[in-house]
Design a protein around this ligand. Structure first.
Ligand code: ZN
Length: 216
C-alpha cells in the first residue's frame, strides 16, 4: 500500500472547488439576470401604479366636485322649500292672529253685542276660573272704558291661546298668566275705585267733580 499523494489530493480538491465556483458563478449570473428582469418589471409596475393612482385621484376629485355641486343644489332647493314653508307659516300665523277688539265708533247694537260677549267671558270664564285674581274687579267694570279695553284684550289673547285644541302654545300661556293677566288686573285695581256698594260713575256728583265727557 502506498500513501496517497498529498499534492495530488490537494489538486483534486482544488479542481472540485473550481467546478463548484463555476457553477455558483453561473447561478449567480442567472440570478442577476432574473433580478434585473424583475427589477425592470417592478419599475414598470411602479410607473403603472403611479399612473393609475394619479388617474384615480383625478376621478375622485371630479366625483367630489360633482357631489358637492349636487349637494349644493340639493341644499339650495331645500332652503328654498324651507323659505316657502316659513312664508306660508308666517302668512297663516298672521291670518290666524285675531284683531284686538276695538270700541270706538261702533254702532250701538254692535257695541252691545261685543260688550255682551266680553261680559260673558269675564263672568263665566275669568271670574269662575280665577275668582281670587278677579276679586278686586268691581261688578260695574263694563261701565269703565279702562276695563272694557283691557279685559277685551285679555279675552282675545286667551281665546287665541286656547281655542285650538291641537295647538295651545305653552310659552304664550305662561306669558299670559305671568304678565298680561296680573298686569291688567293690577292696573284696574289701582284705577277703579268702585266696589260692590256701587259705581262711582253712577253716583250723583257735584258739577266740579263731574268727569269729562266720555267718547264711547
Ligand atoms: Zn264703577
Amino acid at each position: 500500500m502506498t500513501d496517497p499523494d498529498p499534492i495530488a489530493a490537494l489538486a483534486a480538491q482544488l479542481q472540485e472547488l473550481r467546478g463548484q465556483l463555476a457553477r455558483y458563478t453561473g447561478e449567480t449570473g442567472h440570478l442577476r439576470a432574473r433580478l434585473e428582469k424583475d427589477s425592470s418589471e417592478v419599475a414598470m409596475l411602479r410607473v403603472e401604479v403611479k399612473q393609475s393612482a394619479r388617474k384615480l385621484k383625478e376621478e375622485i376629485a371630479q366625483l367630489c366636485a360633482e357631489a358637492q355641486r349636487e349637494a349644493q343644489a340639493e341644499v339650495r332647493e331645500e332652503l328654498e322649500r324651507l323659505g316657502q314653508k316659513l312664508d306660508e307659516a308666517i302668512g297663516k300665523r298672521k291670518a290666524d292672529d285675531p284683531a284686538a277688539p276695538y270700541w270706538l265708533g261702533l254702532p250701538q247694537d254692535e257695541r252691545a253685542v261685543q260688550l255682551g260677549d266680553l261680559r260673558e267671558w269675564v263672568e263665566t270664564v275669568a271670574r269662575v276660573q280665577w275668582p281670587a285674581y278677579l276679586a278686586s274687579l268691581p261688578p260695574c267694570w263694563p261701565a269703565h272704558g279702562e276695563a272694557v279695553w283691557e279685559l277685551g284684550n285679555l279675552m282675545t289673547e286667551w281665546r287665541r291661546i286656547y281655542s285650538d285644541p291641537d295647538a295651545r302654545p305653552l310659552p304664550d300661556a305662561l306669558v299670559y298668566f305671568d304678565r298680561w293677566l296680573p298686569g291688567v288686573l293690577g292696573r284696574l285695581e289701582r284705577a277703579l275705585k268702585c266696589d260692590a256698594s256701587g259705581c262711582r260713575l253712577a253716583r250723583p256728583s257735584r258739577p266740579w267733580e263731574r268727569p269729562p265727557p266720555r267718547y264711547t
